[in-house]
Every structure is written in structure tokens, then in C-alpha cells.
Design a protein around this ligand. Sequence first.
Ligand SMILES: C[S@@+](CC[C@H](N)C(=O)[O-])C[C@H]1O[C@@H](n2cnc3c(N)ncnc32)[C@H](O)[C@@H]1O
Length: 212
Amino acid sequence: MTSTEEISHPLFAALYDRVMPERLLLRPHREYLARGLSGRVLDLGAGNGPMFPYVDPGLEYHAVEPDPHMRRRAREAAREAGLGVDLRDARAESLPYPDDSFDAVIAGMVFCTIADPDAALEEVARVLKPGGEVRFLEHVRADGWRATGQDLLTPVWKRAGGGCHPNRETVERFVGHEAFDLVELERVRVGVFPAAPFVRGRLRRRAEPIGR
Ligand SMILES: C[S@@+](CC[C@H](N)C(=O)[O-])C[C@H]1O[C@@H](n2cnc3c(N)ncnc32)[C@H](O)[C@@H]1O
């Protein structure tokens, strides 16, 4: 998918709740993403709003989600959670916010799906305040034969999985970015091949990234 094609996956949006092992397996990781947040927070590719029940309703909470079927469900989820969400139809590669707008950005299983993840990370660096955090939970490229298997499966998987690429080198992308310091990175026991391994962690936006 290119950055200009419409993003619309009605079946994926309808099934997303059912295929995600939310309560049992993801809950501690969603709690990790939400813990101690303050100020203005951006939920990147918020999907149907699975983070909403976990975040403090006192936050100034913003979200972007380009798929209309997900956005409709996200609006319901915000109502159910009693969370005020400024939810916008936008893509991570082109965020509709000024520089240094947010104290934190949440990325929950989204860097696998964004069409241009490098452009998206540039945008995240731009809209985060210096010292602000990216909190992430992502499934990433495996090692050895599993990585080869992910490469082979990706063309089919991304069709069925709403654009998800199981072979993305997201850790390398995060760790290598000049705008961020890695604060925390750990492998977590969720996900099955090809959508595994999973990692969670935190990046901190440097005060003065090189070239900004
Ligand atoms: C696997 S879902 C993750 C949803 C949610 N963040 C979560 O924690 O479960 C990936 C989401 O990213 C959205 N997405 C796809 N392309 C995107 C882009 N370029 N920018 C932002 N979000 C995007 C999809 O529509 C989908 O809702």
C-alpha cells in the first residue's frame, strides 16, 4: 500500500476485537503503555480504541486513525470509557499538529501497519516535546528461519491483516533514530508466528536531535 491509497478494512475492523487476545494477554502491556502518563497524549493509529479504557480520563487525549471503520468503533469505545478523545482522520506520516505538541505518543501495534514507518517516526519526533516519550508495544522481525518465513508470508498476511507487515525491523528503526534515546526495551510473551516476537518499551525525545 502506498501513502496515498485509501485505508479501509471493514472486515479487519469488525474482527479486530475478536482476534486480539485483549483481556488475558495484552492487558498488562496496555497498562504499561498507559502508566503515569500526563499532559497531552497522542494515540497513533488508535484502531477501535483498545487503549481508551486504560488511560486516565483527566489526560488531554488525542488520536489519529485513518480507517473509517476503526474510527467509528473508536468513537463508541471513547464513549464507553468516558474518555474525551480528539480523534482525527489522519496518518502517522503526516500528523496534523504543530511541532513540540505532545508529552507522549502511544504506538500500539501500529509500526507494522503504517505504509511509511520512517516518515511516521520523523513525524512522531517532530510533534513530541523535548523529553517527551514514545511508549510502544510492537511485534517485530524475528531471527533466522522465522524471519525468512515472515518475509515469505508478508504479501498474504498484509492482505488479510489490514496492511500488517510481520517482518518490519521496528527495533532497529527506533534504536537507530537520532531524535531518540532508548529508555527501555523488553521482549514480551505475546503473539504467535508470524506476528511475533513482541517488544515493548520507551523512547525519549532528545532535546536537540541532530539536523532539526
Ligand atoms: C493493528 S491495529 C492497532 C490498533 C491499536 N493501536 C491497538 O493498540 O490495538 C493498526 C492500526 O493502524 C492504523 N493505520 C494504518 N495505517 C496507518 C497510518 N499510516 N497512520 C496511522 N495509523 C494507521 C490501522 O487503520 C489500524 O487501526
